[in-house]
Ligand binder design. Structure first.
Ligand code: FAD
Ligand code: NAD
Length: 472
């Protein structure tokens, strides 16, 4: 083995958690090594957030043209039936991915982070061996790296159904984002984030889509008021929804899947491909993590409010630490750890971690829902402003939806925001800022919001909670 590489901070995983930690640590003068086995940018940039949003945009454009071609548009636009050049679509999406991952590589280099390409295997809390890419799990001639601080940022991977493992016609989001060709029909298991974001993409591109969900409603992580417009949109797109339904396995002959609907006989749902989207699990196996004897929550590494594990000098961030598995949470944790390694006092105690589901319409939440606030014993006021009363929403043909604010009845301190509607993902910034800055209803209600924007619905929701809404 070559002589070991010594560093202050060693990061395993170059996803949004790991690469942000590396850049921030290097900014603060901490010698940093980042090990990545696959591609810089991790799940988010390569096979997650970015390619999925690119495909959502393609599907929206294609679908709009289809509607215009069918004469189904009040806008007065007429068009010929569109055609999809899938190879060009994928190369556009891949170019965005390359630009972003290349940008990450450049930033790391500019900050003098040492990037080691290969699979890391933990020897102990201060020592890691890195095998060259391609030698995952095999004994080769690894590079040994010694560190003062070890940051684990190995992310997550899709959960497989044991009776229907990935392979052949059973695919995960990774394959669904890079199809060689579009199937005629797609059955999706799971009506969560991935199932509905990608299900909508495939449906808008002309694929027959059926979604099978074990629970009694779609997007069970969000409250029912928020998901109602999404449900209506899925129905109008012609997505087949099979709620409270269990998947039993592939059908004999492989024409589809066997499903068990509620109070009915088992049946076969025909599908050329099956996308399994039943969640993701922390990637905590296969690289020697068990040698550290860390406190765990199932497969997730347990961390405290400083992102410290139960072992001194070993930190963990991002999907590896469990829910919510969101890129912006991983990034914020990464910065938090980097600053502590550099000697600063930091805690990871955000007021809110916004969540956005990029369905049509989009759903966004930050902080507490009325039910969550109620359950915590706080008496709350609610203000709901429908997008049907917002001029900008009308001009965007997106009047289905609303913005809702939740605030303490006694002090008017805002404790939560929710919205559903086309384009509302961009309101996440305003929601997060008002919560992080402890804004009250009066702060938002009496701020001048530009006209005409969806942001006015944010202001009006706050005013409505105060009984002062103008446009309703
Ligand atoms: P990851 O991004 O998973 O990165 C971990 C990295 O570690 C990987 O590159 C991996 O190769 C590397 N690694 C693992 N083990 C080793 C090892 N032993 N040695 C070397 N390297 C190793 N989140 C959002 O916030 N918004 C979205 O819109 C969104 N959309 C998504 C869409 C899809 C289809 C998917 C699958 C996920 C989406 N997510 C989204 C979730 C988001 O991608 C993750 O929360 C985020 O990537 C987690 O970051 P991370 O740094 O913890 O891990
Ligand atoms: P998810 O947790 O969002 O949804 C999984 C769904 O599958 C749930 O509705 C669950 O009830 C259902 N389910 C579970 N087992 C089932 C079974 N056997 N049969 C039928 N239904 C079953 O998980 P996901 O969609 O796979 O996404 C994984 C994670 O990736 C998300 O939790 C999120 O953290 C992240 N993600 C985020 C975004 C975003 O932020 N916009 C987008 C995609 C993914």
């Amino acid at each position: 083995m070559a002589s070991p590489l010594n560093t202050t901070l060693l990061i395993i995983g170059g996803g949004p958690g790991g690469y942000v930690a590396a850049i921030r640590a290097a900014q603060l003068g901490v010698p940093t090594v980042l090990v990545e086995g696959e591609a810089l940018g991790g799940t988010c940039l390569n096979i997650g957030c970015i390619p999925s949003k690119a495909m959502i945009h393609v599907a929206e454009q294609f679908h709009a043209l289809q509607k215009y071609a069918a004469g189904d548009s009040p806008l007065g636009i007429r068009a010929q039936a569109p055609e999809l050049d899938l190879a060009q679509t994928l190369s556009w999406k891949d170019a965005i991915v390359r630009r972003l991952t290349g940008g990450v590589a450049t930033l790391l280099k500019r900050h003098q982070v040492t990037v080691v390409q290969g699979w890391a295997r933990i020897v102990d809390g201060k020592t890691v061996d890195v095998s060259p890419v391609g030698a995952k799990g095999r004994a080769g001639a690894p590079q040994r790296i010694r560190c003062e601080h070890l940051l684990l940022a190995t992310g997550s991977e899709p959960v497989a159904l044991p009776f229907m493992p990935f392979g052949g016609k059973v695919i995960s989001s990774t394959e669904a984002l890079s199809p060689a060709r579009l199937p005629k029909s797609l059955a999706i298991v799971g009506a969560g984030y991935i199932g509905l974001e990608l299900g909508t993409v495939y449906r808008k591109l002309g694929v027959k889509v059926d979604v099978v969900e074990a629970r009694d409603r779609i997007l069970p992580a969000y409250d029912a008021d928020l998901t109602r417009p999404v449900l209506a949109s899925l129905k109008s797109l012609g997505v087949g929804l099979h709620l409270q339904t269990h998947v039993l396995g592939l059908s004999e002959g492989g024409q589809g899947i066997r499903i068990q609907p509620p109070k009915a006989d088992e049946k076969v749902l025909a599908a050329e491909q099956i996308l399994v989207a039943v969640g993701r699990k922390p990637r905590s196996r296969g690289f020697g993590l068990s040698s550290l004897v860390l406190d765990m929550n199932g497969l997730a590494v347990q961390v405290d409010d400083r992102c410290r594990t139960s072992m001194n000098g070993v930190w963990a961030i991002g999907d590896l630490t469990g829910e919510p598995m969101l890129a912006h949470r991983a990034m914020a944790q990464g910065e938090c750890v980097a600053e502590q390694v550099a000697g600063q006092t930091r805690r990871f105690l955000p007021q809110a971690i916004p969540a956005v589901c990029f369905t049509d319409p989009e759903v966004v939440t930050a902080g507490l829902s009325p039910a969550q606030a109620g359950a915590s014993g706080v008496e709350v006021l609610e203000g709901v402003f429908p997008l049907a009363a917002n001029g900008r929403a009308m001009t965007l043909e997106s009047t289905d939806g609303f913005v809702r604010v939740v605030a303490r009845r006694d002090s008017h301190l805002i404790v939560g925001w929710q919205a559903v509607g086309r384009g509302v993902s961009e309101l996440a910034a305003a929601f997060g800022q008002s919560l992080e800055m402890s804004a009250c209803l009066e702060d938002v209600g009496h701020t001048i919001h530009a006209h005409p924007t969806l942001g006015e619905a944010v202001q009006e929701a706050a005013l409505r909670a105060l009984g002062e809404a103008i446009h309703i």
